[in-house]
Structure formats: C-alpha cells, structure tokens
Design a protein around this ligand. Structure first.
Ligand SMILES: [Zn+2]
Length: 285
C-alpha cells in the first residue's frame, strides 16, 4: 500500500509538506533511498476468489453508511475501514497531521487527498501485515483523483452508493448523539415523512441509548445545521464525478434506503445477493 503514497508523490511533486508527513508515516519503507519511480512496484493483485471482497461504500455524511458497512463487515468477515475514524484517531493520538486536521475538520471542510491517502495507506499496510483479507472502505474515495489512485493500485469489486432523501438526512444528522462515557452512537431524531406526489413516505425510529447513557449524551461539534448543510453541499458537488467514475466501469450499485435499519438491512442484503448468507452462516455454525 505504500505504493499509494509513492503515486501521490509522483503526481504532486509540489506538495512537499504532505509528502514529508506521508514519508514519516512510512519510515519503514525503502522508498526514500531511491527516486520513487525506480522502486515502484504495484502490490500484487489477488484473484477475487483467493481473497475476500474489496468494496467501497459511498453516501453523503449522515446517510448511515458507517452503520451498514460495519454490519456487512461483521457478516462477511472483512475489516471496516472508515477514513473518518482514521482522521479522528490521528486527531486523538496527536499524530503528525493532527494540528492541520483539526483546523480543517472544525470548519466542516474536506481533508485533502494527500492526508487521507497517507492515513489509509498506513491502515491497509498494517492490516496486510496482520493477515487481513478484503475490506469495505467507508468514506473513500471521495474525489476523482482519489478514485484514480485507488484504481491503479488495488481492484475494487463493487461500489455501493447509499442514498436517503434530503429531509430525512438533515434530521438524522442533527439528531446524532454520542455517549461521552462508552462512546456509543445514538440518534434522537424521530423521522416521519408523509409520502406525497408519488414519492414514498419514510419512517425512521430514533436510536435511543440505554438509560445509563442518557445523561451523558453529547453532540459532535461539527453537527450544527450550518456545518451539516455545508458538508452536504461539498459532498454533492464532489461526489458526482466519483459516482460517474464507477458507473462508467459498471461497478456502481445505487441503493435508496427505504427507511431505518429494520426496513433497509434486509433489502440491502438482497441487493448484494447476500440475503441467504446470514441463514447459511447461522445454519453452519
Ligand atoms: Zn454510554
């Protein structure tokens, strides 16, 4: 996966600060001994039947892609790699990129390709070393240049684009709460949209915490209405080319969430041809 970092360095020679940061993250790599192009080796591409799935989940912030991606990862036994988590981990651990990151995140802006790619490369390399096979990427690629870099170094089998109507999405984002003791994620929004003019209605029950968490709920500082709307605007603007990139390669699966988890989960499994997977697995256990 260090190949990703090398590709970025080749593509963006002017980004010396990020390249240095990326190199720091990859100090065990030998790439610093020679010009990267001389030492470039694409990682071995494995036949899909010799590895687990390599999927990407797309969807705007708050659509629930983290929830669905992590459920699927548990079901099929692959790591759930969320770039948002990588960023938060870097911030919390006061890693080399943390001060740059906190400024960007607090303004509700997108983190640059170079930073995301350094964090992701490190995560994939660590996983490979531990013998992980396959993955579901959540929140990556976010830009066309990230998608191109990814395409050059690893095979993506399928890209699932999760969608939710805007009204429900905004309510859901503003209803997010985190327990500051156990770290649990909850949602206090109760969504009940009446169907009209042929568009279906939607009901999503709140995801309330257990009683002992109730008094410890906090709202993430970037979950204000202004920041959420700005995040959605940026997302929509940037995601279209990424969707098109995968659509033109026949890899994009569009999935309109019909409601909350109870309504959506079985339909998602159906769309992924995994609807009998759960039964088979529990029968085999
Ligand atoms: Zn709690």
């Amino acid at each position: 996966m260090a190949a990703i970092t090398r590709l970025v360095k080749r593509a963006s020679p002017s980004l010396s600060v990020s390249s240095t940061a990326a190199r720091r993250l990859f100090c065990s790599e030998s790439s610093s001994h020679a010009p990267p192009q001389d030492h470039f080796h694409a990682p071995q591409r494995k036949d899909p039947k010799d590895r687990n799935v390599q999927w990407v989940f797309l969807g705007c912030p708050g659509v629930g892609k983290g929830t669905y991606a992590s459920r699927l990862c548990n079901l099929i036994g692959v790591p759930h790699i969320a770039t948002g988590d990588l960023v938060r981990h870097e911030l919390a651990s006061k890693g080399p990129l943390s001060s740059q990151l906190s400024e960007i995140v607090n303004q509700g802006k997108l983190v640059s390709d170079e930073i995301i790619i350094s964090l992701l490369s490190k995560r994939l390399a660590d996983g490979e070393a531990k013998g992980e096979s396959g993955f579901i990427l959540d929140g990556f690629p976010r830009t066309i240049s990230q998608a191109e870099i990814l395409e050059r170094v690893i095979d993506i089998d399928l890209v699932v684009n999760l969608k939710l109507q805007e009204e429900a999405l905004l309510a859901k984002c503003l209803g997010r709460r985190i327990c500051n003791q156990c770290g649990g994620n909850f949602n206090v929004a109760s969504i009940d949209i009446k169907g009209e003019n042929g568009s279906p209605g939607m009901f999503m029950a709140p995801l309330l915490p257990p009683a002992h968490c109730m008094s410890k709920l906090i709202t993430r500082s970037d979950d204000t209405e202004a920041v959420v709307k700005e995040r959605l605007r940026i997302y929509n603007e940037m995601s279209k080319p990424v969707e098109e990139f995968y659509r033109s390669r026949g890899k994009l699966l569009e999935f309109n969430l019909p409601g909350g988890i109870p309504e959506s989960w079985p339909k998602l499994l159906q769309a992924l041809n995994l609807d009998d997977y759960e039964e088979k697995r529990s029968a085999a256990a």
